[in-house]
Design a protein around this ligand. Structure first.
Ligand code: SF4
Length: 344
């Protein structure tokens, strides 16, 4: 394979997995797809008795089977991949990287061909990525030379490519608030619907709680976080204003941090050309929900948990939901007034 030019966020070359130091390893409660070829290689490989036992019980059949999604990695009683132990992958340790399913090998990276450009990005669902975004002041796109193969293709034209870059520039505009930058983007996508939705006389907090309630009980970290935040405000809504002040005082740089996380997610999702099923005119709703949920979850969770790690964990868990489900596709279906989330 020859080296090619790739566009990446500037932290990309520095990223390295925390492995057993990770508090919430990506192997937890994530439906990792395994192709037919990968599955057959794994179940027939020569290996130790212990690894063979783990591998034989590590897969479940998806609802719809095809050659690319032939099996999912199952979970043990702790909600973790049965092949890993104490945060370390036994398959990687014994057989090397060549045996890992593609999703495990790549995560949190994503390698896409967007129009004529190669774009390498990382998911904000990885706690190390969130830590890196927290530690830096800016997020820029750089060009690097590397040998890699694209896993996804986004067929977009020159004009659409320009729109992706314009939105990333708008989100980084420090002369306006993040909320204003998001409103400007939403207006470019669908001014009529956004403005109507934004000016509805609706209290955003009950809307946010209604949405959080949908995620409670999910067998993942975000389900637990959603429950704690929901329970805090469900009975005492007035606590939210006080918590808001406390959060902004404790994290005075919350806004540029949120900006970097949202920008990183836009790069990863190829916003606004996210989910191929999503309606381009309503895709702005996912962006409003992302901002509102970030505010609600961080403000609520950090009023109950005071370490910086808690902020990192809550945001990574939220982006796990946003970037590994059909979030943008579902946004208009699960919430009627997404734009009011900008008022949270
Ligand atoms: S979430 Fe990130 S840091 Fe943690 S194990 Fe996965 S890739 Fe490594």
């Amino acid at each position: 394979m020859k080296k090619e030019e790739w566009f990446t966020p500037d932290y990309y070359p520095e990223f390295s997995c925390k492995a057993d130091k990770c508090r919430h390893t990506c192997c937890s409660t994530w439906r990792i797809p395994v192709s037919k070829k990968e599955y057959q290689k794994l179940i027939t490989m020569e290996c130790s008795e212990d690894l063979n036992r783990r591998v034989q019980s590590a897969f479940v059949i998806p609802e719809t089977v095809n050659d690319d999604v032939y099996r999912y990695v199952s979970f043990n009683w702790l909600g973790q991949c049965p092949i890993q132990e104490k945060g370390l992958c036994s398959l990687h340790a014994e057989k090397g990287e060549g045996y890992l399913p593609k999703a495990c090998k790549l995560y949190p990276r994503s390698l896409k061909k967007v129009g004529v450009h190669n774009v390498a990005s990382c998911s904000s669902s990885c706690e190390r990525i969130i830590e890196m975004l927290y530690e830096r002041k800016d997020l820029h796109i750089i060009s690097i030379e590397m040998e890699a193969e694209n896993e996804l293709f986004y067929e977009i034209g020159e004009e659409e490519g320009e729109q992706i870059l314009l939105f990333q520039e708008l989100i980084k505009d420090h002369t306006t608030s993040l909320c204003q930058s998001i409103s400007d983007i939403c207006k470019i996508i669908n001014e009529k619907e956004f403005s109507k939705d934004y000016h509805e006389d609706i209290d955003p907090l009950p809307e946010g709680l209604k949405l959080l309630k949908r995620f409670i009980g999910q067998n993942n970290l975000f389900g637990q976080i959603a429950m704690e935040v929901y329970e805090r405000y469900e009975k005492e809504k007035e606590l939210y204003e006080k918590d808001k002040e406390g959060f902004e005082k404790r994290y005075p740089d919350w806004m540029p941090f949120f900006e970097r996380m949202i920008n990183n997610s836009m790069i990863y999702e190829c916003f606004p050309f996210v989910d191929k099923r999503a309606d381009r005119t309503s895709v702005y709703k996912g962006l409003c929900l992302t901002y509102g949920l970030l505010r609600l979850v961080c403000i609520g969770y950090c009023s109950l948990h005071n370490k910086k790690e808690d902020l990192i964990d809550a945001t990574a868990a939220l982006f796990h939901l946003i970037e590994h489900t059909a979030f943008y596709y579902n946004a208009p279906l699960i919430c009627d007034n997404a734009a009011v989330f900008l008022k949270l």
